[in-house]
Ligand binder design. Structure first.
Ligand code: MCN
Length: 743
């Protein structure tokens, strides 16, 4: 049973605004979820991938004669290349040039997964090693090429506004810093994988993806001439965090194998495979110059942004997101960002929760604190001095921040900061190394372009909602059901939200960019309104009156004059019964409506995080207290939103203290297991409080903005500042190294 109560302030809603318990959890807590590895198609073959152990080489020959002799081995694929925009030249497999450790070289198909994995040992490959370039800064001027015939600086773009050089020169205080944000692995609990069901001419792909429709578009452009359609079905997904958005080599190899061998196939990454081959994220270096006046006003930011793209240039869009947000929530009119997108012999780069915005926030919030320190200013004062005064506001690079009251949110944050600072002072008097940090950040979300939803009244009177978004842990089933249940005035237990099947809804996008509630939720709302209109017409026909005479209330159509009432169930039953009869009414007997919804501007939530930490003599960090405040417009379900914030803060903690993809100078990934790549666990977790404002509404009918990524944006700068205050050591690198914090 869900919680059910009415909020007087939101009296038009029954469920929206309430912490309704998650509808999606029962199957998981009863062990009946179905992940892609739970799916078996009779006769499916298993695929294992042989990955390069060298970072850069000319592949001369692959020999798999002995492999084919093994019992249970069905075939070997080598040299498969399919041109896909922005992907490495040799995609999905190294045909001639090997570009990174982990680059697929061969794929074995076998009757079971163990045979497939063992068979990899029987493949040999000859290669001529080429010099590899691993460090992105070195790559900029190096004669060594990461990818033959390509400039290492593969992507260049400058964002410039005002007169940054002049403003910098004239500034009272000038600061130069190098800020490093390491590469990190998204670390979903479930690794990537897919099962491809081959039936003459038709392919069904079951995948661990966050966008089945996007996957289908990519696969259709590669294999569309060989099949009539590709249906992509999203299995239950054990987290994605941005890593399961765009298709990978494994997806193409599996689909190719199914079509070529005319057999269903299955490919599930081991953790090591996943860490080597999933496109990691962040990987930015900022060489920043900041000019400020004595009173703390920031006059100019000039930033050389180097992004380590790995062996393909797909990830350059992340630098654009960072660059265009480098002034954050502050009114800084002179700004310049020179982007250098650099190729290296490492796994290509992609997004991780926050996708470019955490990197920007880390830079602009470091700037605020460093300038405050230089001027001996209070960190709240410097932020207040620079904060955007009113919205809408167009930032120097043309992004229109839509709505909100930043000053009011900072004032709320200040009260927590001051209170924690007082406590910290007491603890410092006892000789403990305790510090408090605050961050203020702007989010950009609802990356579109639009999302779709269909709403169906079933013959049992219950309602099925199909959304184009593809949630995988966020809780959107509950959020969207709240919206639809309110619009129909029915019990939320009678609303079922489904998703993740390209056969159920034709065009859609998926879950990314903290968009699902706002775009899919509003599409569902509009579809529900359309459905309601038709239900009214059908009811009018059944009651033999004009539709204008009828009213709709709480799942019933009422004729106030006669007192006649028809429930949704009665209407649905009457429409769907009487097989073989006639339909003597003008109203169309359609119990389904579809709608799509998009916004003409991104939405810009904003927020503040406040952290109090203690650092031990050995350099261990413990978070003592934590408060996060967000304004995301209308909060549909505070419990779901808060859960997003909790998870995001812990991920932020991981980025600050633990997580880093470390490569040696030959391009070997030294952190390819969870033994070398620690993640924060329940042991590192701490109490946190979440507070929300609902001032900055979006223009959508349900005036929400996203919350899925705010916390990993706000957490790192707040935690880092707290550590900095506790230790007195300036921090300009993520993750922080324990040895740098020890006494
Ligand atoms: N919500 C709400 N009120 C709002 C906005 C959202 O109640 N005004 C609720 C929604 O109902 C939903 C949740 O908050 O339950 C997040 O919704 P939204 O902000 O629309 O974000 P998305 O559903 O689009 O999620 C995407 C976002 C991204 S981009 C990443 S990456 C991420 C994240 O969500 N990956 C996740 N959170 C994750 N959480 C889990 N468990 N697993 C992942 O892989």
């Amino acid at each position: 049973m869900c919680n059910l109560y009415i909020d007087k302030d939101k009296n038009s809603y029954m469920y929206v605004g309430q912490s309704v318990k998650r509808k999606e959890d029962l199957k998981f807590i009863t062990g009946t979820g179905r992940y892609v590895d739970d799916i078996e198609i009779p006769g499916n073959l298993y695929i294992a991938i042989l990955r390069s152990k060298v970072a850069h080489a000319k592949l001369k020959k692959v020999d798999y004669t002995d492999t084919l002799k093994l019992k249970g081995v069905y075939g070997v694929i080598t040299g498969l290349t399919i041109p896909v925009e922005n992907r490495p030249r040799n995609f999905p497999m190294a045909k001639d040039e090997i570009l990174y450790v982990g680059h697929p070289i061969a794929a074995v198909l076998a009757t079971d997964r163990y045979t497939a994995a063992d068979a990899l040992d029987y493949i040999t490959y000859e290669y001529e090693e080429l010099p590899a370039i691993i460090d992105p800064e070195e790559a900029i001027n190096s004669k060594v090429k990461a990818v033959e015939d390509k400039d290492n600086v593969i992507y260049k773009r400058t964002y410039s506004a005002g007169n940054p050089e002049e403003a910098y020169d004239k500034s009272d205080v000038k600061i130069e810093e190098k800020i490093v944000i390491s590469r990190v692995y998204q670390a979903p609990m479930e690794t990537r994988g897919l099962v491809v069901d081959f039936q003459q001419g038709k392919l069904t792909v079951y995948a661990s993806t966050q966008s089945p429709h996007y996957m289908r578009s990519f696969l259709l452009s590669a294999f569309g001439d060989k099949v009539s359609d590709i249906r992509v079905v999203q299995a239950d997904v054990g987290g994605a965090f941005g890593a399961k958005m765009f298709p990978y080599p494994e997806d193409y190899i599996a689909v190719y194998a199914a079509i070529t061998y005319r057999r269903p196939v299955k490919l599930i990454n081991t953790r090591k495979d996943d860490m080597l081959s999933t496109y990691p994220s962040r990987g930015q270096i900022h060489k920043v110059k900041v000019g400020a006046s004595k009173d703390g006003k920031i006059n100019a930011i000039i930033d050389d942004l180097i992004i380590d793209l790995g062996a393909a240039w797909h990830g350059s869009y992340l630098a654009d997101i960072t660059g265009s947000l480098i002034t954050g929530p502050y009114d800084i009119r002179n700004a310049k960002v020179n982007i250098f997108g650099v190729l290296t012999n490492k796994t290509p780069l992609d997004q991780y929760r926050g996708a470019g915005r955490p990197e920007a926030a880390f830079v602009y919030e470091r700037i605020m604190d460093i300038v405050a320190d230089e001027l001996k200013m209070d960190p709240i004062e410097i932020r207040r001095k620079n904060l955007i005064q009113s919205t809408p506001y167009t930032n120097p690079f043309g992004l229109k921040y839509d709505s909100g009251d930043y000053k009011a949110l900072l004032a709320k944050a200040e009260s927590f900061y001051r209170e924690m600072e007082q406590r910290a002072q007491e603890l410092r008097k006892q000789g403990r190394r305790v510090g408090v940090g605050l961050s203020f950040y702007i989010e950009q979300n609802n990356f579109g372009p639009w999302e779709s939803a269909s709403v169906r009244l079933l013959s049992n009177g219950k309602v099925e909602v199909i959304i184009g978004a593809a949630p995988h842990g966020q809780g959107s089933e509950t959020g969207v059901a709240q919206i639809v249940a309110d619009e129909l005035g029915i019990n939320i237990d009678d609303v079922f939200v489904v998703w993740g099947d390209t056969d159920k809804i034709s065009n859609a996008f998926g879950t990314y960019g903290s968009r699902s509630l706002t775009l899919a939720g509003n599409a569902a709302l509009i579809a529900t309104k359309k459905l309601k209109e038709n239900i009214m017409k059908i009811a009018a026909a059944f009651m033999n009156v004009d539709v204008e005479e009828l009213q709709y209330k709480d799942g019933k159509v009422i004729n106030p004059k006669t007192g006649q009432v028809m429930t949704l169930k009665e209407i649905a039953e009457k429409v769907t019964s009487n097989v073989g009869g006639l339909w003597p009414y003008k109203a169309e007997p359609t119990l389904e409506a579809t709608a799509s919804f998009g916004l003409d501007n991104y939405t810009f939530p904003y927020g503040s995080h406040i952290a109090m930490v203690e650092v031990t003599e050995e350099g261990l960090v413990k978070v003592l207290d934590y408060v996060a405040i967000d304004d995301i417009g209308l909060v549909v379900n505070p419990m779901l939103a808060e859960a997003q914030v909790h998870g995001g803060i812990i991920q932020g903690l991981g980025e600050v203290l633990l997580e880093e993809m470390i490569y040696d100078n030959k391009g070997n990934l030294l952190t390819s297991t969870f033994a070398d790549y620690p993640l924060p666990t329940a042991a590192e977790a701490f109490n946190m409080k979440w507070i929300y404002m609902e001032v900055g509404k979006s223009n959508a009918p349900i005036p929400s903005k996203g919350i899925g990524e705010g916390a990993p944006i706000g957490a790192p700068p707040a935690i880092v500042r707290a550590i900095e205050k506790a230790t007195g050591k300036r921090i300009t690198r993520l993750p922080v190294k324990i040895e740098d914090l020890a006494l």
